[in-house]
Ligand binder design. Structure first.
Ligand SMILES: NC(=O)c1ccc[n+]([C@@H]2O[C@H](COP(=O)([O-])OP(=O)(O)OC[C@H]3O[C@@H](n4cnc5c(N)ncnc54)[C@H](O)[C@@H]3O)[C@@H](O)[C@H]2O)c1
Ligand SMILES: [Zn+2]
Length: 710
C-alpha cells in the first residue's frame, strides 16, 4: 500500500490550521473556498485512516475539520453530493477486490456529554413513545459484514465507504471465532455486522515486534486490527489472533431475493421472530456467534447513561479496547420508522468516553538512543495525570511527526495514550516558540555523526556507542531475550558507566561478586543472585538466544521460526540469503538484514566471546524438553496473559506440535474466551478432548513443565 499524495497547498493537511474565523465573518466565496479545501483534506485523511490505517493527524484534529465543514455546509447551503459529510469511511482498496453491501453500513452519531445523549433521546421520542434502549460497549476495532447462506459462511467485507467494501472473505475465515457453519436454525440468508478487534496482550506483542523491525508502532488497536485484517496474504492474518463480536443482524430472510424484496434493513426480520435488538443478541448467540456479555437492556435514557458510566469504570479490566457505549433503540420496528441519514442511523448513538488525553507543557526534548542506534525524540513534561496514569515523558516519534506538529520546548501540548500504548504528543495547543525541534547532528551519547534515513535518525557509532551498548545489554536480559532477572535498563547503564561492561554483552559473564558489591546499593546477596541468574542463562533455548543478540528485524516470533528451520546456531550463522528466504515469512529484505548481521565481524566476535564464556544455546531438537512429544494441540479463543504465539511456542518447545485446525490427529483443543465455533464442532466430531486454559496448565505441570506466574 502506498500513501496517496496530499492535496497541494492545503492548510488542513499536515499541521492542520484549526484557527477558524467565525462563520459570520466569511462571505459566500470565502466559505465555498474553505469548504472545498476542507473536503479535499478530509478525503485525504479518510484515505490515510480507513484505507492505509496510517493517519497523519490526531482524531481530535480530524473531528474539528469535519465539524467545521458541516457548519459551513449548513450555514451557506454548500453540501455537495460527494461531500465527505454525506458518506462514511474511505474508498475501498482495489487490491483486495470490492463487494457491494446488501444494506449500507453506516456510521453512528456520537458525543461525549450526557446532554448530547438526552438530545438523542428527545429526537427519538418525536417518533417513538417511551423507547427502550439496549447498551453495549463500543469496541475500538473495525466493522465488518459477514454473510451466511443456509448456515454456511459465504463472504466477509469491510465497511469501506458504506456502500462498497473490501472483500476480506479469505482473511476473515482464518479468524477462530468466526463460525464457518452456524448452529441451530438460522434464516437461509443472513448478513451480520460485527467488530474485529485485536486483544490487548496481542496488540502489545505486535507493537513490540514492529519496533524491533524498525517500524513505528501502531497508535491504537484499531489501526493494528485494520492493518492485519487487510493483509493481501491471508496466512499473515492467520498468524495474528484477531477476534470479533457480532452485534447486529443487518439483513435476513428466507432467501437472498426475498430479503431484498422485504428490505428488512432495520425493521423486524421476516420469518425469524426477531422483533428487538435483544432478540437479535440472543439469536446471534444461539447461532454460534461470539456476542459481548456486557450487553444490557435499559428502560430509559437515564439507565443508558448510567450504564456507560459503569462501563467507563470497568474499562481498564477488559482484555480489549473500547471507547464508549453504543445505545440503540431496542424495538426494530421503531428503528425502521426512525430510519437513517446519509451518514448514520437515527436509532443509535455512541456515548463516547473522554479521550485518555491531557494538556501540559514540554520542559525539554531529549534524544534516546536505542539498541539499533535509532534515535527517538522524547518530550519531558510537567507531570500530568492521563486517565489514572502519571505521565512525565511522551514520545515524539520521528522527524516527520515533529515537523507536522511544529513542536518545540516550551509548547503547551496535548498528550494522549490509547490502551497500553506509550504516551505520545498528539498536537500543539499553544506554541511558545518559533519553528520546531531539530535533531542534533551528532549522537548525544558518543558524538558520532547522526544519519537520516527517511523520517528516522540513526547514530553511526555502532559498537563504540555506549547508549547502544546499554540498550543492547538491557535487551539481552529482557523478557524477549534471555529473561535474566535483575538485569534491567538501569543496571545495564550502571555497568557500562562504571566500566564493568566495556566491549559487549559477553562482559556480563566476567562479573564477580567483588565487582558488584563495589557498586552503590548492591549487597552480597543481590550480587550472588545476579551471578546465579547469569550462570543459569548459559544454555538458553536457541530461539531465546537468537532473539537476545538483537539481529535487526528478528523478534521472538521470527527467532523461533529460524531456530526451528536451522536447528543449530552454527547452521543459522552459516546460512545464505536464499537459505533464510526458505523460512516461512522471510522475504528478501529480512534475509538481507539477517545475513548482513552474521557477516559482520563485530557481531561474530560477540557470539564467539559469549561461547568462550560458556554461553551456548541448546540446539532446537533438544531445546526445552520432550514432555509433550507425540501430542498435537490446537488453541482457540484468547487466554489471559498469553498471546497465541506464546502458547504455541510453549507446546512446541516441549516437543509437542501446535496446529491451527482440529483433525483426527489432534489430542487436545484448548478453549479460551471467545472460542471458535468451528473448532469446537470439529473437536466434538473427532472425539478430541477439550480443555479450558486452567486444565491445560494443570496438564503441563503434571508433566513437569513449569510455566511460571503470569
Ligand atoms: N485521524 C484521522 O485522520 C481520522 C480520519 C478519519 C476518521 N477518524 C476518526 O474516526 C472516527 C469516525 O469513525 P467511524 O465513522 O468509524 O465512526 P466511529 O468509530 O465514531 O463509530 C461507529 C463505529 O462504531 C463501531 N462499533 C463498535 N462497537 C459497536 C457496537 N456495539 N454497535 C455498533 N457499532 C459499533 C462500528 O464499527 C461503527 O462503524 C472519528 O473518531 C474520527 O476522529 C480519524
Ligand atoms: Zn551513539
Amino acid at each position: 500500500m502506498s500513501a496517496p499524495d496530499p492535496p497541494p497547498d492545503n492548510p488542513y493537511v499536515e499541521n492542520p490550521d484549526l484557527d477558524f474565523e467565525p462563520i459570520e465573518a466569511l462571505d459566500e466565496a470565502q466559505a465555498a473556498a474553505q469548504a472545498e479545501a476542507l473536503r479535499d483534506a478530509i478525503r485525504y485523511h479518510d484515505r490515510r485512516y480507513y484505507v492505509e490505517a496510517d493517519p497523519v493527524i490526531a482524531d481530535r484534529a480530524y473531528d474539528r475539520l469535519f465539524e467545521r465543514l458541516q457548519a459551513l455546509e449548513s450555514a451557506f447551503d454548500l453540501q455537495t453530493p460527494d461531500s465527505p459529510t454525506r458518506r462514511v469511511g474511505g474508498e475501498p482498496l482495489d487490491e483486495l477486490g470490492t463487494v457491494e453491501h446488501v444494506v449500507p453500513m453506516l456510521s453512528i452519531d456520537s458525543g461525549g456529554e450526557p446532554a448530547a445523549v438526552r438530545e438523542f433521546d428527545t429526537r427519538v421520542r418525536r417518533t417513538v413513545t417511551d423507547p427502550e434502549y439496549v447498551c453495549e460497549p463500543k469496541f475500538d476495532g473495525l466493522s465488518i459484514e459477514v454473510i451466511y447462506e443456509d448456515g454456511v459462511y459465504q463472504r466477509a467485507a469491510t465497511r469501506g465507504d458504506g456502500q462498497t467494501g473490501e472483500d476480506v472473505t479469505e482473511n476473515v475465515a482464518t479468524i477462530d471465532s468466526v463460525p464457518l457453519r452456524l448452529r441451530g436454525d438460522p434464516p437461509a440468508f443472513l448478513a451480520v455486522r460485527g467488530e474485529i478487534y485485536i486483544p490487548r496482550p496481542d496488540f502489545q506483542a505486535y507493537n513490540r515486534e514492529r519496533v524491533e523491525r524498525g517500524e513505528d508502532p501502531f497508535a491504537n488497536p484499531r489501526n493494528a486490527a485494520a492493518g492485519t485484517l487487510r493483509q493481501l496474504d491471508p496466512s499473515v492474518t492467520a498468524e495474528r489472533p484477531l477476534s470479533w463480536f457480532a452485534y447486529d443482524v443487518l439483513a435476513a430472510g428466507p432467501t437472498a431475493e426475498a430479503f431484498e424484496a422485504a428490505d428488512a434493513s432495520t425493521g423486524p426480520v421476516p420469518e425469524t421472530g426477531l422483533e428487538t435488538h435483544a432478540d437479535e443478541h440472543a439469536a446471534l448467540e444461539d447461532w454460534g456467534f461470539p456476542v459481548n456479555d456486557r450487553f444490557e437492556v435499559q428502560t430509559d435514557i437515564e439507565g443508558a447513561i448510567a450504564y456507560r458510566d459503569r462501563l467507563l469504570a470497568a474499562r481498564e479490566e477488559l482484555p480489549y479496547e473500547i471507547d464508549g457505549a453504543v445505545i440503540k433503540v431496542n424495538d426494530r420496528a421503531a428503528c425502521a420508522r426512525l430510519g437513517t441519514t446519509a451518514r448514520h442511523y437515527r436509532w443509535a448513538f455512541a456515548y463516547k468516553f473522554p479521550a485518555r488525553a491531557e494538556e501540559t507543557t514540554i520542559t525539554d526534548i531529549v534524544v534516546q538512543v536505542g539498541r539499533t542506534g535509532r534515535l527517538t525524540p522524547v518530550a519531558l513534561l510537567e507531570p500530568v495525570d492521563v486517565g489514572g496514569v502519571t505521565v512525565s515523558r511522551a514520545t515524539l516519534h520521528n522527524q516527520s511527526e515533529i515537523e507536522a506538529m511544529g513542536v518545540a520546548v516550551g509548547d503547551e501540548v496535548r498528550i494522549e495514550r490509547a490502551g497500553d500504548v506509550i504516551p505520545y504528543v498528539s498536537e500543539v495547543i499553544e506554541s511558545h516558540s518559533e519553528g520546531h525541534f531539530t535533531f542534533p547532528e551528532t549522537c548525544p551519547a558518543c558524538g558520532s555523526p547522526v544519519e537520516r534515513d527517511g523520517p528516522r535518525h540513526f547514530c553511526t557509532g555502532g559498537l563504540t556507542c555506549p547508549a547502544q551498548l546499554v540498550a543492547g545489554v538491557a535487551y539481552f536480559g529482557s523478557e524477549d531475550g534471555l529473561d535474566i532477572e535483575g538485569l534491567g535498563e538501569e543496571t545495564a547503564r550502571e555497568f557500562v558507566e562504571r566500566g564493568l561492561i566495556e566491549q559487549d554483552v559477553a562482559d556480563l559473564y566476567d562479573l564477580t561478586v567483588e565487582d558488584l558489591v563495589a557498586l552503590d546499593g548492591w549487597g552480597e546477596r543481590s550480587a550472588t543472585n545476579l551471578l546465579a541468574e547469569l550462570d543459569a542463562s548459559k544454555h538458553p533455548p536457541l530461539p531465546d538466544f537468537l532473539a537476545a543478540i538483537g539481529i535487526p528485524t528478528v523478534g521472538p516470533t521470527l527467532a523461533r521460526d529460524l531456530a526451528r528451520h536451522f536447528e543449530t546456531l552454527d547452521a543459522v550463522m552459516e546460512a545464505t540469503r536464499s537459505d533464510y528466504q526458505a523460512v516461512e515469512g522471510v522475504g528478501e529484505t529480512v534475509a538481507e538484514r539477517i545475513s548482513e548481521f552474521f557477516e559482520n565481524e563485530g557481531n561474530r566476535r560477540v557470539i564467539e566471546r559469549l561461547r568462550e564464556r560458556g554461553v551456548d544455546p541448546e540446539p532446537m531438537t533438544e531445546a526445552g524438553g520432550d514432555e509433550l512429544a507425540g501430542f498435537t494441540v490446537v488453541f482457540t479463543g484468547s487466554v489471559e496473559g498469553w498471546t497465541r504465539d506464546e502458547l504455541q511456542a510453549l507446546v512446541e518447545d516441549h516437543g509437542g506440535s501446535a496446529t491451527s485446525s482440529v483433525s483426527g490427529n489432534t489430542d487436545y483443543l484448548v478453549t479460551g474466551s471467545n472460542p471458535g465455533q468451528s473448532k469446537t464442532q470439529d473437536a466434538a466430531a473427532n472425539d478430541v478432548e477439550i480443555l479450558d486454559p486452567e486444565a491445560f496448565f494443570d496438564l503441563l505441570s503434571s508433566r513437569g513443565i513449569d510455566v511460571g506466574d503470569r
